[in-house]
Write a protein that binds this ligand. Sequence first.
Ligand code: CTP
Ligand code: MG
Length: 372
Amino acid sequence: MSISAIIAAAGSGERFGAGIPKALIQLVDRTLLEHAVSSLAPVVDQIIVTAPAGFEKQISEIVGDGITVVTGGATRSASVRSGLAVATGEYLLVHDAARALASSELASRVIAELKSGQIAVVPAIAVVDTIKVVNVQGFVESTPDRATLVSIQTPQGFNTAALRDAHASQSEASDDAALIEANGGKVKVIVGEERALKITTPADLNTALGFLDLGRDIRTGIGTDAHAFGQGRPMWLAGLHWPNEEGVEGHSDGDVAAHAVCDALFAATQLGDLGSNFGTDRPEYAGASGTQLMKETYSLVVQAGFRISNVTVQIIGNRPKIGKRRAEAIAAISAALGGASISVSATTTDGMGLTGQGKGIAAIATALVYKQ
Ligand code: CTP
Ligand code: MG
């Protein structure tokens, strides 16, 4: 008695407005589609993803081997039919990639109902708003009793043959259960989940974030570095070379921003500091560039089981002027740190101190990380 799942992911995400298909929007560490796949994978035997035309290859690479990717249709119902054509299971779950956080437990409860003989099963939660039927002139026609209304979610479960029958007439509906209802079939309602909300707008993404258990192990760290300017040295700062600027003294390339970033990451993850990781007892790092050190730090952070939420670095000095190359600096640091979210700012110190007198340059960084 095998179970297939179709994940409908062929929508364009018009209302979200990201300019990419909604299923490919990132929620913390993964796309919405990957969240949906990881909830269903433990409880089904076959997963079929319906991709927007032109995105088949990209989606195949994202979801990996063992998952069938088919081209979706112009409507959700048409997309489900493309999936149905290749579904092999006796039972079938139909799920929206947009309901990325529906749990494996919910899918298991749907499957349990199918195994006990139901032909169609839908999760539902109570509606909180009063729902009215409104006519095309913009006037209320009726107000159904709220106690009889529920909001329907996915994954919905079906006897595959029954759903094939229901789709045979090429009908359109906003969910699959409606087609079973139209065929006179019984649809069993079970208790749904708040976290199975359909992510439709950017605000929904924030709500979804609240369901992810990120609060348990978030850590912050700080790092600083300073170097004096040195005659005839090239200037490296924030992973970039700055032609026509005097560099700083030191054995390394003297990239104070990169060094502060590394120390902030080591502090946040309690992995020591620059000295303990790349110091004199590790001769292979002598003369390493700031970019190399950030890359190496990133790999240590990931090996220790952490992900970077964001990193900020502030450069303190009279020169170089950062503003014009801020975007480049952010891109360089982000590339070294696996695509992490980065901010780069700069300030002078009103003529005071080592940096204010133009003797050198300093940087302060913070990092926010979380444990996977
Ligand atoms: N879907 C699909 N094929 C379509 C339309 C929608 O597979 N032709 C999928 C979506 O990818 C989504 C689910 O059906 O996972 C529910 O649709 P919806 O939330 O409306 O997503 P979009 O259609 O992408 O969003 P919008 O309506 O805002 O464009
Ligand atoms: Mg849609």
